[in-house]
Design a protein around this ligand. Structure first.
Ligand code: ADP
Ligand code: MG
Length: 238
C-alpha cells in the first residue's frame, strides 16, 4: 500500500507538451479514477507513474520517496492494460509466474503466490490452459492475476474493461472493486465510462488537454461540477 504524490508533473514528447503541470495527492488505499477525452493524457500519466516514460519536469513521490529515477520494478507498481498482453505460448500458470521468476523469487514462493492469486480471482481451474483457450473475461483476470502475484503497492488500470462485452464488463468491474476491498491497495484507474468512474472511485480526477479540471468524490463532481466541461463529462444536468 502506498501514497502517491504528483508535484507539477510535466511531460513533453519532442517539442510537444502533453502534460502541463499536474498536482495530485493520492492517499494510501485510495481508489482514484482518471477520466477525460481521448488524447487528454490519461495513459501518459499512468506510464509516468509506472516509470515507463521519463518525467520531463516535476516530482513523483511514492510513500514520501522521490522515485523519478527509479526503475519500474523498484516502484512496486502493477499495470493492467486494456489489451491483455499475455504470452500466447505460455500456460496461465507460467504467465502469472513469469514476473516473479524475473525477480528471482524461489519456486515455492512463486507457487504459493500464483495459487493464492488464482484462488482470489477464481481462475484456479484454468492454470494449465493457454491464453487462446480462455474467454476475454478470463484473460483479463489472468492479466490482473499476473499483477497481483507481485504484491504491488499500487495498481494502475488503463481502460481494463474496454475490450469486454457488456455483461463481462459489469462482472469484471465488480471483481476489481472486490480486489480493492480485499487488498486495500492504492488503485489508479483510467476509463472513459461514466458508470465505471461513479461506481468505483473514491475520487475522480477529470483531465482535459493535459491538465486537471477538477478532483472530487463522484457526488461532489455530480452535484457541484466546477465548469461545463466537468458537467458534460460527469453527466450532471447543471
Ligand atoms: P489518453 O490516454 O488520454 O487518450 P494519451 O496519454 O495516450 O491520451 O496521449 C496524450 C497525448 O500525448 C496525445 O496527444 C498523444 O498523441 C501524445 N502521445 C502519447 N504518447 C506519445 C508518444 N510516445 N510520442 C508522442 N506523442 C505521444
Ligand atoms: Mg489512453
Amino acid at each position: 500500500m502506498a501514497e502517491v504524490a504528483l508535484r507539477n508533473i510535466q511531460k513533453s514528447f519532442g517539442g510537444a507538451k502533453v502534460i502541463h503541470g499536474v498536482d495530485l495527492e493520492i492517499r494510501d488505499g485510495e481508489f482514484v479514477v482518471f477520466v477525460g477525452p481521448s488524447g487528454c493524457g490519461k495513459s501518459t500519466l499512468l506510464r509516468l507513474i509506472a516509470g515507463l516514460e521519463d518525467i520531463t519536469e516535476g516530482d513523483l513521490f511514492i510513500d514520501g520517496e522521490r522515485v523519478n529515477d527509479w526503475a519500474p520494478a523498484k516502484r512496486r507498481i502493477a499495470m493492467v492494460f486494456q489489451s491483455y498482453a499475455l504470452y500466447p505460448h505460455m500456460s496461465v500458470y507460467d504467465n502469472m509466474a513469469f514476473g516473479l521468476e524475473l525477480a528471482k523469487a524461489s519456486r515455492s514462493e512463486i507457487d504459493a503466490r500464483v495459487r493464492e492469486a488464482a484462488r482470489l480471482l477464481q481462475i484456479d481451474d484454468l492454470l494449465d490452459r493457454k491464453p487462446r483457450q480462455l474467454s476475454g473475461g478470463q484473460r483479463q483476470r489472468v492479466a490482473i492475476g499476473r499483477a497481483i502475484v507481485r504484491d504491488p503497492k499500487v495498481f494502475l488500470f488503463d481502460e481494463p474493461l474496454s475490450n469486454l462485452d457488456a455483461a463481462l464488463r459489469v462482472q469484471t468491474r465488480i471483481e476489481i472493486a472486490k480486489l480493492h476491498a480485499d487488498t486495500r491497495a492504492t488503485m489508479i484507474y483510467v476509463t472513459h465510462d461514466q458508470v465505471e468512474a461513479m461506481t468505483l472511485a473514491d475520487r475522480i480526477v477529470v483531465l482535459n488537454k493535459g491538465r486537471i479540471e477538477q478532483v472530487g468524490t463522484p457526488l461532489e463532481l455530480y452535484h457541484r461540477p466546477a465548469n461545463l466541461f466537468v458537467a458534460g463529462f460527469i453527466g450532471s444536468p447543471q
